[in-house]
Design a protein around this ligand. Structure first.
Ligand code: ADP
Length: 626
């Protein structure tokens, strides 16, 4: 029989699996049982919804069988089985190539549970096996096939006999080595405890033949060993259990069993709702950003069960986009099994559940913020961007729900603060919530525009995310306080000498500024004396809706429509450069031209904007140096 090769990616994964130094090899059993349970879910669902099939709950089970003589461990199920094509396609290639790439990139990290964290499933069998044999008969087929592989070099496939529909996975367990004891995977008690640990809530019975010694009937001290078939798991799905009886470890096991994420969940939410609509749900907020989260590939959604039968893997309608990071499942008796995707969208019950879930997530996040600040900040560092996106999205229709969850870095506190905290610290005379945009906190801290507001002692929020300013434009106010960029024309800071002095100087130097405007053409809307600069010679300020930071973001987008901020060149009249400008005006046009261009380019550089002609700029600097 010809040996077939695995697809290249699968081969690499297999190599990794076989040679892995992974310590929790026992999870292979969890993976196989989980596949069996999925396969039974599929046949169960078919038989429940297809009248031509007969349904008998007794028929559904998983059996784990040890054969010490042959050193084999068998996981047999009465699930939907696989056709020849399915055996080839499902077991010959790896679906999640993305996770493979991620894994390779992260392989060097110390103590990182790489393999166990991923849904590599079936392949994990090779961690403990010399040979893996899969015998399967698909529902509706009278033929069965045997797939067999010793690992990376390939697999064989041939027809064989099997009496009933379902799948047997037979592992030929490796011999013990110096470092690794494989024998324990042939010990019934070890296997039983592994099943209890990871697969207790599987909804179908997991059966094992357990041998126990028992007092012989009619005797007082004679023992006999009796082998009995026992159901090892409790079968109550975790979401049906009483919260009080569950530990964080139970939830964590469920999270990895379900392959919701490769991390540990940051927080779980267990809901048992009994109101207008009845449902149970277990939701998780992951600790880390899934590797594909901010890509098109990421699909939000929760698993949807109807009376404990899985009817949909990713029900998108259950989660709003701004909470798309939430993982988990919902089970409701009030949904029909036969419901189609289209019908679900209009289902009233489902809408109620979705609304309920949304509110629960929000209040859980608020609790975290209030009571477990550090944990919340961890969450916010991963997913805060999504919340801000939520404020902006849909024309701001969700801004009120989300605004209290927002945080920004504060110039005063040097850490993330909420808007509520900011507003509660505002002095009576402070009119606005000030913010400054830039690439990093360090850059913002040094920016000239921030000088006056900081000197006034006002707190400034630093916006370093693309979305920040867009979100704030949609929010417009918080607790009736308007947001104000430190680079905006009018800062709303009390008129002082400074202000009237600047106005007077503006008038005095009207012609100089007109001339400078002429030199710069349509690059700036205005040139004027700055009211905000203390040390720096120049800066750019802006009028109008589009800020300089927004211009940068918009111009980096693929759909660049060349949207420009209205820029104003502000000059510090207390700085030496101002005198030089005044001195050259009317006397030396060339010099004025040179200075104006230099100052403008300098302002661009400070702002992090590209200058039109770097070579000319550098030549000009040389020119003034003599
Ligand atoms: P995953 O379970 O994450 O999809 P696996 O590598 O564990 O990845 O399994 C690949 C596929 O093989 C499954 O999606 C399923 O279609 C099929 N499969 C695995 N085990 C069984 C089984 N016991 N019965 C039926 N199909 C199975």
């Amino acid at each position: 029989m010809a040996m077939k090769e695995f697809k290249a990616e699968s081969k690499r994964l297999l190599d990794m699996m076989i040679n892995s130094i992974y310590t929790h090899k026992e999870i292979f059993l969890r993976e196989l049982i989980s596949n069996s349970s999925d396969a039974i879910d599929k046949i169960y669902y078919k038989e429940l919804t297809d009248d031509s099939l007969t349904f008998n709950k007794e028929n559904y089970y998983i059996k784990v069988i040890v054969n010490n003589e042959n050193r084999t461990l068998k996981v047999a199920d009465t699930g939907i089985g696989m056709t020849k094509d399915e055996l080839e396609n499902n077991l010959g290639i790896i679906a999640q190539s993305g996770s493979l790439v991620f894994k390779e990139e992260n392989e060097m990290k110390d103590g990182y549970d790489i393999i166990g964290q991923f849904g590599v499933g079936f392949y994990s069998a090779f961690m403990v096996s010399e040979v893996v044999t899969v015998i399967s008969r698909a529902l509706g087929s009278d033929k069965a096939y045997k797939w067999e592989s010793k690992g990376a070099e390939g697999y064989t496939i041939e027809e064989c006999d099997k009496d009933s529909v379902g799948t047997d996975i037979i592992l030929k367990i490796k011999e013990n080595t110096e470092e690794e004891k494989y024998d324990e995977y042939l010990e019934v008690h070890k296997l039983k405890s592994v099943i209890k640990k990871y697969s207790d809530f599987i909804r179908y019975p997991i059966k094992m033949d357990i041998t126990q010694s028992r007092l012989k009937e009619g005797t007082e001290d004679e023992y006999e060993s009796v082998t009995e078939e026992q159901v090892v798991n409790s079968m109550v799905p975790i979401w049906r259990k009483n919260k009080k009886e569950l530990t964080s470890e139970d939830y964590e096991n469920f999270y990895s069993e379900k392959h919701y994420g490769f991390d540990k969940p940051l927080q779980h939410i267990h809901i048992s709702a009994d109101g207008m609509v009845r449902y149970d749900a277990i939701l998780f907020i992951p600790e880390n950003i899934p590797f594909d989260y901010y890509t098109k590939e990421y699909e939000k959604g929760l698993e949807l069960y109807s009376s404990s039968v899985l009817i949909m893997n990713k029900c998108q309608d259950l989660l709003p986009d701004y909470f798309s990071f939430v993982k988990g499942m919902v089970d409701s008796e009030d949904l029909s099994l036969n419901i189609s995707r289209e019908m679900l969208q209009h289902d009233r019950q489902l809408k109620l559940i979705a609304k309920n879930i949304k509110n629960k997530i929000k209040s859980e996040l608020q609790n975290l913020l209030k009571n477990q600040r550090e944990k919340y900040e961890k969450f916010y560092n991963s997913f805060g961007r999504q919340l801000k996106y939520g404020v902006y999205d849909q024309f701001g229709s969700n801004k009120d729900l989300l605004k209290d969850l927002l945080m920004f870095y504060s110039s005063k506190e040097k850490k993330l603060v909420t808007l509520d905290e900011y507003v509660s610290r505002m002095s009576e005379e402070q009119k606005y919530i000030y913010y400054a945009s830039g690439e990093t906190n360090e850059k913002i801290e040094k920016s000239p525009q921030i000088e006056l507001v900081s000197e006034k002692g006002y707190e400034v929020l630093y916006f370093t995310d693309d979305i920040d300013e867009f979100a704030i434009k949609v929010l417009t106010t918080y607790k009736e306080k308007e947001f104000k960029s430190v680079s905006s024309g009018d800062l709303g800071i009390e008129a002082e000498e400074n202000e009237s002095k600047a106005d007077a100087e503006d008038k005095e130097n009207k012609e100089l500024f007109e001339k400078m405007k002429e030199i710069l053409g349509d690059k700036v809307k205005d040139v004027r004396v700055s009211k905000r600069l203390k040390q720096h010679p120049v800066c750019l300020a802006n009028d109008g809706e589009v800020s300089i930071e927004m211009e940068k973001i918009l111009s980096s987008m693929p759909s660049n429509q060349n949207i420009q901020a209205d820029k104003i060149l502000e000059i510090n009249s207390n700085h030496g450069v101002f005198k030089s400008l005044k001195d050259s005006y009317g006397k030396d046009d060339e010099k004025l031209n040179l200075y104006t261009n230099l100052l403008y380019n300098q302002a661009l550089l400070i702002e992090g904007l590209p200058i039109d002609d770097p070579v000319e700029f550098s030549n000009n600097i040389c020119k003034i140096m003599g």
